[in-house]
Design a binder for this molecule. Structure first.
Ligand SMILES: Nc1ncnc2c1ncn2[C@@H]1O[C@H](COP(=O)(O)OP(=O)(O)OP(=O)(O)O)[C@@H](O)[C@H]1O
Ligand SMILES: [Mg+2]
Length: 251
């Protein structure tokens, strides 16, 4: 599915967050949404998942269906096409990993427990979490929490996969593993993937398409093109890519 945001306006109180934000998320590709903290990344994902509505504007699916004007029931139906990896895990602490991941199927499908078991096995295998399904979320490392969140996001075979800060709080080798995992999922399922990140290296490595939000609007393109052509994007990525000490030494 292709998603396109058109002229989104959104304020909280008298504070504008989106001031005519437009961008696209190409079908079957990995897009990364970058912005400074508080720039509206999570807000945009929540709008695509119909968990939040802009004040005005449209979010078109495949150029026609507008998510902003869906009814409550239609929004619920849309969310079955969408998998979301939340910024802060959002696993239920009292349930084992197995039960956390099985929950959407138990609630929303007519599958038998045996069928659910097969599906849960499938996603645990896909994210490399075999053998730990009886652990509680509190017993997991940060990398395992991200994998478990991803397993739950994948359980309903989403056509659109939204991942909010999948790399935050992880050590570099684990970041690399999560990148590879997301690329593998994208290749195998063909889902349209939207990732938020302020991790410049990961963004450069995995983004087919980059959407950079600043002051409530977006610029977009391939990461390489945007860094070359847009000074603000270059600043955002340069600073983090080359630490000041290195930059001074080089000049
Ligand atoms: N429930 C809310 N009530 C009021 N303001 C909110 C609410 N949620 C978000 N905001 C505001 O909206 C703006 C965008 O927030 P958002 O969480 O989307 O940013 P973000 O880019 O995801 O930041 P981060 O990198 O820290 O996760 C912020 O200024 C935030 O204070
Ligand atoms: Mg956020």
């Amino acid at each position: 599915m292709e998603i396109e945001a058109r002229d989104l306006q959104f304020s909280r109180g008298d504070r504008p967050i989106f001031r005519g934000l437009s961008c696209r998320f190409p079908r079957g590709k990995i897009s990364v949404v970058a912005a400074a903290s508080g720039g509206g990344k999570t807000t945009l994902l929540r709008m695509i998942a119909c968990l939040l509505r802009p004040d005005s504007g449209a979010i078109l699916v495949d150029g026609t269906r507008d998510l902003v004007s869906l009814s409550r029931a239609e929004s619920d139906a849309w969310r079955h096409h969408v998998g979301m990896l939340f910024q802060f895990g959002a696993l239920l602490d009292m349930l084992t990993l197995y039960d956390n991941v099985a929950l959407p199927l138990r609630e929303h499908s007519k599958l038998t427990e045996a069928e659910i078991h097969d599906e849960v096995r499938r996603v645990f295998e896909a994210v490399g979490l075999e053998g730990v399904d009886q652990l509680l979320p509190g017993e997991l490392s940060g990398g395992m929490v991200k994998r478990a969140g991803l397993a739950r996001a994948l359980i309903e075979k989403p056509e659109v996969l939204l991942c909010d800060e999948p790399f935050s709080g992880l050590d570099p080798p684990t970041v690399r593993k999560v990148e590879e995992l997301l690329q593998a999922v994208n290749e195998r399922t063909g889902a349209t993937v939207v990732i938020t990140s302020h991790h410049p290296l990961s963004t450069m490595r995995i983004a087919d398409h980059l959407v950079m939000i600043g002051e409530g609007r977006a610029v977009e393109g391939t990461p390489q093109t945007l860094v070359r052509e847009d000074a603000r994007v270059a600043d955002f990525f340069e600073e983090a890519l080359s630490p000041p000490a290195v930059a001074r030494g080089a000049s």
